[in-house]
Ligand binder design. Structure first.
Ligand code: DAH
Length: 339
């Protein structure tokens, strides 16, 4: 009898139940009226008088152990706590969520890659600037509206400390610190004192291009821009240049591309003209070369400036500029595949 008690005790101590049903089977097997422990109590009357005391003690102990084990396992199910063996080691790990690049970064990187294939290198400049680099050296007249507080964020008025309104300031810095040939691309953030709406923001991003060497002509500018338009928007893209005015270029032009949505046939996006404007450009003004101590008798060059938000709108049809700076995951996640 003692051996039998010992065997059942070991069984109970090592028993684990992974479901409530398994626990119920255990209860019926050991603790019910027709269970093994009850049967042992029935057999108890056959135990010799000599052994009755010690066997009786073991039997009571066994009953307590069985009841306790049952109670513990039951409470673990009630509190919904999983027992050790409930760990499913075959389950796959949680999927790791990978971030997506910001659409403006995707487009900026693509622009840099396209121009780097024809020898342009990236140049950087500070966002906090002075009047000379942003306006003075770039031939802005003293009374130009951009120099007004209404258009430019001034940090201090005298001496002038301001947030750059365009990346053309990096032109000034590059031309004053390097000797031609110069072939740079200057991406960066710019600031303007504008009311925020779906089509304007107080900060946005530009890429400036600058090429200075001997014998650089307007034909070179046109060919470089045609190459860019085709690489960015597809082989069938056409360009057109319209005369324009910028203080720092002469002659100046604005460039349109054939509407990449309707292929130039006319649609609401291009206001049925078949063309959309994408950048400003021109031959670097002689005064600007002189201001940066580059001899205009020897060197000439072209410059262009484009808005990254504008190109991104054309590529991805983002209609509201504010989305770019709201950090709404639902918007940003859509660009995961674009890289
Ligand atoms: N800086 C101009 C702007 O912010 C863009 C621009 C136009 C840049 C013509 C240029 C250029 O280099 O040649 O509107």
């Amino acid at each position: 009898m003692k051996e039998k008690i010992e065997v059942i005790k070991k069984e109970i101590e090592s028993f684990v139940a992974s479901t409530v049903d398994e626990l119920e089977v255990m209860r019926i097997k050991y603790l019910s009226k027709k269970g093994e422990i009850a049967a042992l109590f029935t057999d108890f009357k056959n135990v010799s008088d000599n052994d009755k005391r010690s066997v009786g003690q073991l039997l009571n102990e066994l009953k307590d152990i069985a009841q306790q084990r049952y109670n513990i396992l039951k409470s673990s199910f009630l509190t919904n706590k999983k027992s050790d063996t409930d760990l499913d080691l075959t389950r796959t790990a949680e999927p790791i969520t990978v971030g997506a690049r910001h659409p403006l970064s995707i487009v900026q990187n693509e622009i840099i890659q396209i121009f780097s294939r024809i020898g342009f290198v990236v140049a950087q400049g500070p966002e906090i600037e002075d009047d000379w680099n942003v306006f003075g050296a770039l031939n802005f007249p003293e009374e130009h509206p951009a120099r007004d507080m209404q258009d430019t964020f001034f940090i201090e008025k005298s001496p002038d400390v301001l947030l750059r309104t365009h990346t053309s300031s990096v032109q000034t810095r590059t031309m004053t610190s390097q000797k031609p040939p110069i072939r740079v691309l200057c991406p960066g953030r710019v600031y303007r004192n504008e009311a925020i709406s779906y089509r304007a923001h107080c900060f946005f991003h530009q890429v400036e291009g600058l090429y200075i060497d001997r014998n650089v002509s307007f034909a070179d500018l046109k060919q470089v821009l045609l190459y860019f338009a085709k690489e960015m928007f597809g082989e069938k893209t056409q360009i057109r240049l319209r005369p324009s005015y910028f203080p720092f270029t002469e002659p100046s032009a604005e460039m349109d591309i054939s509407c990449n949505l309707c292929g130039g046939k006319g649609c609401p996006f291009c206001k049925y003209t078949g063309w959309v404007e994408i950048l400003g450009c021109g031959m670097v003004d002689v005064n600007v070369l002189k201001n940066c101590e580059i001899d205009p008798e020897i060197y000439s060059g072209f410059a262009f400036g484009l808005g990254i938000e504008r190109i991104t709108n054309l590529k991805f049809q983002v209609k509201d500029l504010r989305l770019f700076s709201e950090n709404d995951i639902r918007f940003l996640e859509q660009f995961r595949a674009a890289v």
